[in-house]
Design a protein around this ligand. Structure first.
Ligand code: SF4
Ligand code: SF4
Length: 451
C-alpha cells in the first residue's frame, strides 16, 4: 500500500476517483470516455496502492515509476474545500446531463437538487399544501441540511458547495494568471449599498413565486442557465446573458454575483448574521500585511477588523490560510477552531447528511407523475418538453392517431422521443411556421379532453 498518504487524504482521492468515473456515463464520445477512464485510473491508484506497490507485487524491489510522488505533489496543493467544490460541480453536471438526455420521466430536473427551490416553494407549501413545479422533497431536505449547518458553519453552502461561486472564484484565479492581477472593484461607498440588492432580489422572488405559483426566477437564473449547456436558449435568454456577464466579470473582479445579486446567498447571509461562527483576528500578532483582504473572495476588510461577522463572509477560510502570522482563526461559540476541525465539522454536518439523505424514504426528486396530480387530475400545463410521447399517451389516454391527425406526425413516429425532439427530428412545423413545440402537443390534449 502507498504509505505516504493519510486516511483522510486517501478518502478524498477515492471520492474524486468515483466522481471522475461517473463522468463516463455523461460523455458519449469514446475519446472523452477514454480520457475519463485514464484520469480516474490514475486517481484510483493514488488512492489505493500506487504503482510501486503494484510493482512489488510482481516481485521487483525497486520501483522505476514514482507516481506516488507526482500524485502527492498534485494533491498537496489541493484543499478539501476544492474537492468539495469540484465534486459538487461534476455531480450537478452529471445530473443535468442525465435529465437532458433521458427526460423528466427518468431523471429529475436540476432544480430538484438546489436548496433555493425550497426557498421559492416554501410559502406555496405552507399555505397551499403543494410544491411548485419541478420542486419536491429533495430541495427541502437540502435546504434543511444547509439551514442547520449555517448556524454553526456560516455560509458554508456558498463557500464549499455552490458551483457558481466556485466557478467565479476559479475564473478570478485564471484572470490573475493571464495578467489581470489587480481586482477591479467598485468604490467602497457604492459597494456597501449594492450588497443589499440581493435581499431585495430574494424578497421579490419569494413573493412572486408564491403569488404566481411558479419558479419565476428560473428564466433569469445564471446557475440554471449554466446547467442547461445552451439548451432552452429562448426560454432562458436572460439567464444566459446574466451568466456570460457574471463569468466575464469574474476574470477581473471578485464574485460579483454572490456579493450583489445572489438570492440564495442573501438567504444564507441572514442566517450567517445570527450564526455562532465568525472569524477572529489577533491584533497582537497581526502585522497588517493585507494578504487576508487580498485573498477574500467576498472582498471584506479583514486586516482592520477584530471580528469578521459580515453576512457576506462565506466561511471559505482563505484569509486564514493566507495569513503569514496565524493571526486569524475560525471562532465557534467563542472558541478557536482550527481549519482541520472546521473541515471535520463540514463533513459531519453537511457531507454525511448529503450522502445519507437520498437513501431515506423522504427523499423524492419528483412526483409520481408530472402530468397527473395526487388527486388523479391531468394538468396539461405541466406537460414538459422532456416528456416522451409514449408517456403522454399513456397518462392522458389521448390516442396516437389524434396527434398524427392534428400535428401531422408520421404514422411510424418514434413514441420514445421527447416532445421537444419530435418537431426537430421529423422537421414538422406548427400553424405559425415554427418547429413543433411542447405547447402544440398540449393544445391537442386540451382539445381532445374537452370533446
Ligand atoms: S472573511 Fe475569510 S472566510 Fe470569510 S469570505 Fe473572506 S476569506 Fe473567506
Ligand atoms: S494576513 Fe494576517 S497578518 Fe496580514 S493583515 Fe491579515 S490578519 Fe494581519
Amino acid at each position: 500500500m502507498n504509505k505516504n498518504i493519510g486516511t483522510a487524504d486517501r478518502a478524498m482521492r477515492l471520492m474524486l476517483a468515483i466522481i471522475i468515473f461517473a463522468l463516463f456515463f455523461v460523455f458519449e464520445s469514446w475519446i472523452a470516455r477514454t480520457i475519463v477512464l485514464l484520469v480516474g485510473a490514475f486517481v484510483l491508484y493514488e488512492a489505493t496502492v500506487g504503482w510501486c506497490a503494484l510493482y512489488a507485487l510482481i516481485g521487483k524491489n525497486t520501483c522505476p515509476v514514482k507516481t506516488e510522488k507526482i500524485g502527492n505533489k498534485i494533491f498537496s496543493k489541493i484543499s478539501l474545500r476544492f474537492v468539495f467544490q469540484a465534486g459538487v460541480l461534476l455531480a450537478v453536471i452529471l445530473l443535468s446531463f442525465l435529465h437532458l438526455k433521458y427526460g423528466i420521466e427518468k431523471a429529475a430536473p436540476i432544480d430538484a437538487y438546489c436548496p433555493f427551490g425550497a426557498v421559492e416553494s416554501f410559502f406555496t407549501l405552507l399555505f397551499k399544501g403543494e410544491f411548485l413545479k419541478r420542486i419536491f422533497t429533495s430541495s427541502f431536505i437540502l435546504l434543511g441540511i444547509f439551514f442547520v449547518a449555517s448556524f454553526f458553519l456560516g455560509r458554508v453552502f456558498c463557500g464549499y458547495f455552490c458551483p457558481l461561486g466556485a466557478l467565479q472564484e476559479w475564473l478570478r484565479f485564471v484572470g490573475g494568471k493571464i495578467g489581470l492581477k489587480k481586482d477591479i472593484e467598485l468604490p467602497e461607498s457604492w459597494d456597501k449599498y449594492l450588497r443589499y440588492i440581493k435581499y431585495l432580489v430574494l424578497a421579490i422572488i419569494v413573493y412572486y413565486s408564491f403569488y404566481l405559483g411558479d419558479l419565476i426566477f428560473r428564466a433569469y437564473d445564471p446557475y440554471n442557465a449554466l446547467m442547461h449547456f445552451g439548451n432552452e436558449f429562448d426560454e432562458k435568454f436572460w439567464g444566459y446573458m446574466i451568466l456570460i456577464i457574471v463569468l466575464v466579470i469574474a476574470l477581473f473582479s471578485k464574485s460579483l454575483w454572490c456579493r450583489y445579486f445572489c438570492p440564495l446567498g442573501a438567504f444564507f447571509g441572514i442566517i450567517k448574521k445570527i450564526s455562532f461562527l465568525n472569524i477572529k483576528r489577533d491584533a497582537n500578532t497581526c502585522i497588517g500585511c493585507g494578504l487576508c483582504d487580498k485573498k477574500c473572495p467576498a472582498n471584506l476588510k479583514i486586516k482592520t477588523a477584530n471580528v469578521v461577522n459580515s453576512a457576506d463572509c462565506i466561511s471559505c477560510g482563505k484569509c486564514i490560510g493566507a495569513c503569514p502570522k496565524n493571526s486569524l482563526n475560525y471562532n465557534l461559540f467563542g472558541k478557536e477552531v482550527s481549519k482541520k476541525t472546521f473541515n471535520i465539522l463540514v463533513v459531519i454536518l453537511v457531507l454525511l447528511p448529503l450522502v445519507i439523505a437520498p437513501f431515506t424514504p423522504f427523499w423524492k426528486t419528483k412526483p409520481q407523475s408530472n402530468i397527473v396530480n395526487v388527486q388523479g387530475n391531468i394538468n396539461t400545463a405541466d406537460i414538459r418538453g422532456s416528456n416522451t410521447l409514449k408517456y403522454v399517451i399513456e397518462t392522458t389516454k389521448v390516442p396516437l392517431s389524434e396527434f398524427i391527425l392534428q400535428l401531422g406526425l408520421p404514422e411510424n413516429v418514434d413514441t420514445s422521443l421527447m416532445l421537444k425532439e419530435i418537431g426537430l427530428k421529423y422537421i414538422l412545423k406548427n400553424a405559425n411556421g415554427n418547429i413543433l413545440e411542447t405547447s402544440d402537443f398540449r393544445s391537442v390534449i386540451d382539445n381532445y379532453l374537452q370533446k
